[in-house]
Structures are given as structure tokens and as C-alpha cells.
Design a protein around this ligand. Structure first.
Ligand SMILES: *Cc1c(COP(=O)(O)O)cnc(C)c1O
Length: 221
């Protein structure tokens, strides 16, 4: 695996305005450094303890994104430094993140995860859950959180039409939230969709941020 070659080629292939989160879960510090040394600064992890270890031992100017399912009792470990939480999927979790952000005297950026895939194993809000939270004005009280967009994962399938339809639905949801609740908020602008197998489809649907692991670092074992 030539990681530095992979990431350079990959970045030259995607449109410049798409943000790339290099998903480094299960990969070693040595492998991450190889990507970092090409100038790439945004990395994604999905396990709190693994992220913590890597944060402590790698360069401090790395922007760490947490892309997994976050348990409320673990927010405190990553609240001091995490740049963006992708998989936020409950009001309880949002409140917890806000509390930990206050303790750390910072604002934490979050994406609301919307469930678009057919599997019921995947986490995420339903469209109506988010709408109800926004209508309730509960979020406005959480001053130490910035909701900067939405995140989703398509069904794991080779059916490109199906993946496209799921991504299109998420983008439609995003636009409705933008229009009805965030029209004055220029910060609400990110759509985190697309992984190694479906990033091309995601970009066609309107992704602003893709999360790519195996295409850069090789398969995970
Ligand atoms: C692992 C993971 C990715 C990256 O997956 P690849 O198929 O290796 O690109 C993206 N998003 C989430 C939420 C993940 O858990």
C-alpha cells in the first residue's frame, strides 16, 4: 500500500471544494503519518479510546473527526479537542456534548446523522425526530454546540440507483432544514456522505464532505 501516493491521487481526482476526511480507524500511527506528511490534516476515527491514543501521540495540528456512534458516557474523553462529531443521533447526546463543551470552554461542531439506509442496524435520527427537536427550540438553548449540517450512510449494496436515491433523500432533507430552520445560519452547510465505495455517487448528489478509508489506507483486517 503506497498511502502517500494513494491520498495524493485521490485528492487530485475529487473536486477541490469537497472536504476529505481520511478515515484512519484501525490504522497505525506510522500509516497516518504517511498521509499527514503529504499535507493532509483531517482524519476520522470511530472508537473513542483509539482516537484518544492517536490524538495524544500524533501531531497537534491534526483535525480529528469522530465518525462513529458516540456513547454519552464517553463524550468527556474527546470533548477537549475533537473538531467535528459526525454521528450525533439523539437530543440526550446533544445535551451531553453541550455540557462537556461548556466544561472545556469551547464550542463543539456537530452533524446530525439521518437514517437513510434500509438496515435497521444503522444509527441515526428520522427526519421527523430532527424536525421536532428544531420546532421545540431545545437546540437554541445549547449554546456550546454548532450544528453545521447532516451526515448519512447509504445501504451497503452494489445497487447504485438505490444508493443514489438514499443520498438524494438526505440532501433533500438537508435543504428543507436549511430553508425552514437555518436560513440565517451560514454555518449550516455540510453534507457528510460518501465512502470508498460510493463517494462518486455522493458527490453527484451534493456531498460537501466525504469519509474515505480503505481507498487511501487499504483494506482493514
Ligand atoms: C469506516 C467508515 C468510513 C470509511 O469506510 P471506507 O469504506 O473504508 O471508505 C466512513 N464512514 C464511517 C461512518 C465509517 O465507519
Amino acid at each position: 500500500m503506497n498511502i502517500s501516493k494513494n491520498i495524493k491521487e485521490f485528492k487530485s481526482e475529487i473536486p477541490e471544494d469537497i472536504k476529505l476526511v481520511a478515515v484512519s480507524k484501525t490504522k497505525s500511527n506510522k500509516e497516518i503519518k504517511e498521509a499527514y506528511n503529504t499535507g493532509h490534516k483531517i482524519f476520522g476515527e470511530n472508537k473513542v479510546h483509539e482516537l484518544l491514543k492517536k490524538y495524544e501521540t500524533l501531531a497537534k495540528d491534526i483535525e480529528w473527526h469522530f465518525i462513529g456512534h458516540l456513547q454519552t458516557n464517553k463524550v468527556k474523553y474527546i470533548a477537549p479537542f475533537v473538531s467535528l462529531l459526525h454521528g450525533v443521533d439523539s437530543l440526550k447526546l446533544l445535551k451531553k456534548i453541550n455540557n462537556e463543551a461548556i466544561k472545556n470552554n469551547r464550542k463543539i461542531s456537530c452533524l446530525l446523522q439521518i437514517h437513510i439506509a434500509e438496515e435497521n442496524s444503522k444509527f441515526g435520527f428520522k427526519y421527523d425526530d430532527i424536525k421536532n427537536i428544531l420546532l421545540s427550540k431545545e437546540l437554541e438553548k445549547l449554546k456550546n454546540i454548532s450544528i453545521i449540517g447532516v451526515m448519512g450512510m447509504a445501504t451497503y449494496t452494489n445497487d447504485k440507483e438505490k444508493i443514489k436515491a438514499e443520498f438524494d433523500l438526505l440532501v433533500k432533507n438537508f435543504k428543507e432544514f436549511k430553508q425552514n430552520f437555518f436560513s440565517e445560519n451560514i454555518g449550516f452547510k455540510e453534507i457528510s456522505i460518501g465512502m470508498s465505495n460510493d463517494y462518486k455517487i455522493a458527490i453527484k448528489s451534493g456531498s460537501t464532505m466525504i469519509r474515505v478509508g480503505s481507498k487511501i489506507f487499504g483494506a482493514r483486517y
